[in-house]
Design a protein around this ligand. Structure first.
Ligand SMILES: C[S@@+](CC[C@H](N)C(=O)[O-])C[C@H]1O[C@@H](n2cnc3c(N)ncnc32)[C@H](O)[C@@H]1O
Length: 242
């Protein structure tokens, strides 16, 4: 099996099919550095496919697909869990007089928050969801863009906006340490950053200690003042540069 066939095979799983092939290839390359794929047995190839899929699943987050088209926000566990909090988020954006938003690892979140009065820049690595958002923006005259961007390689090339949203992203990006979170925050040039974390465990049970002490220390060290806003399923940190 050549590299391209392997990428296609890995993407056969429904929950990975929308991922950019570039991301799949990078993950595959990490696992098969210096290995000649042609020399591998069928069994070894299977192990590699399984392992790459597992790594990719960590990036894509939890999924629940639904056949109900009219309720697309329910297709994504993140937006579904947040449904009752969207009015709260919208009024927060209004109170902060936000005119422009950068949404990192956006998922389907822009479908709930974008409005023609806001400029919205939505980035993710899932091309299928970016396409849905792109079409939605076009149809609803939303200013801005939805585009592929791997935040692990963040540079100073992202649009400068009033607020940057980092919703339920950090837990997906790193399981050990918080170097990447620091790098990302250091490359953000918005007045406000809204960071959130799920307050449920992967099995859906409420966490005993949903507060993330590490982000509080990091924000303080990077000279941000912040407030914590705890909701039923999610904990938000609204940070402002001092
Ligand atoms: C748990 S979901 C949260 C989605 C959305 N922010 C929300 O709260 O509804 C995590 C999202 O981060 C995206 N993601 C994961 N790794 C990424 C990366 N390296 N760069 C950009 N987006 C990434 C996933 O594709 C997924 O849409």
């Amino acid at each position: 099996m050549n590299r391209q066939d392997l990428i296609t095979k890995i993407k056969e799983k429904k929950e990975l099919s929308g991922l950019s092939s570039k991301i799949v290839e990078e993950e595959l390359n990490k696992e098969t550095k210096n290995i000649d794929l042609a020399s591998l047995s069928e069994k070894e190839i299977k192990v590699i496919i399984k392992s790459v899929r597992n790594s990719l699943r960590k990036l894509t987050g939890r999924f629940q697909y639904t056949s109900k088209k009219e309720n697309i926000l329910d297709a994504h566990a993140s937006t579904k869990e947040r449904k009752e909090d969207y009015p709260f988020l919208k009024s927060m954006l209004k109170d902060l007089n936000v005119q422009s938003i950068l949404d990192l690892g956006c998922g389907l979140n822009p479908l709930a928050l974008a409005e023609p009065s806001l400029e919205y820049y939505a980035v993710d690595i899932k091309e299928d969801e970016l396409k849905i958002i792109h079409d939605y923006f076009k149809l609803n005259n939303i200013k801005g863009r939805a585009f592929f961007y791997d935040v692990r390689k963040i540079k100073d090339d992202l649009p400068r906006t009033d607020i940057t949203l980092i919703l339920k992203l950090f837990d997906v990006l790193e399981s050990k340490g918080h170097k990447l979170a620091e790098k990302i925050i250091n490359h953000i040039h918005s007045k406000h950053i809204l960071i959130s974390f799920s307050t449920k465990t992967l099995s859906g049970k409420p966490m005993n200690h949903p507060q993330r002490g590490w982000i509080e220390h990091l924000l303080a060290r990077l000279n941000y003042k912040f407030k914590m806003l705890a909701r039923k399923n999610e904990i938000f940190y609204l940070a402002e540069r001092n």
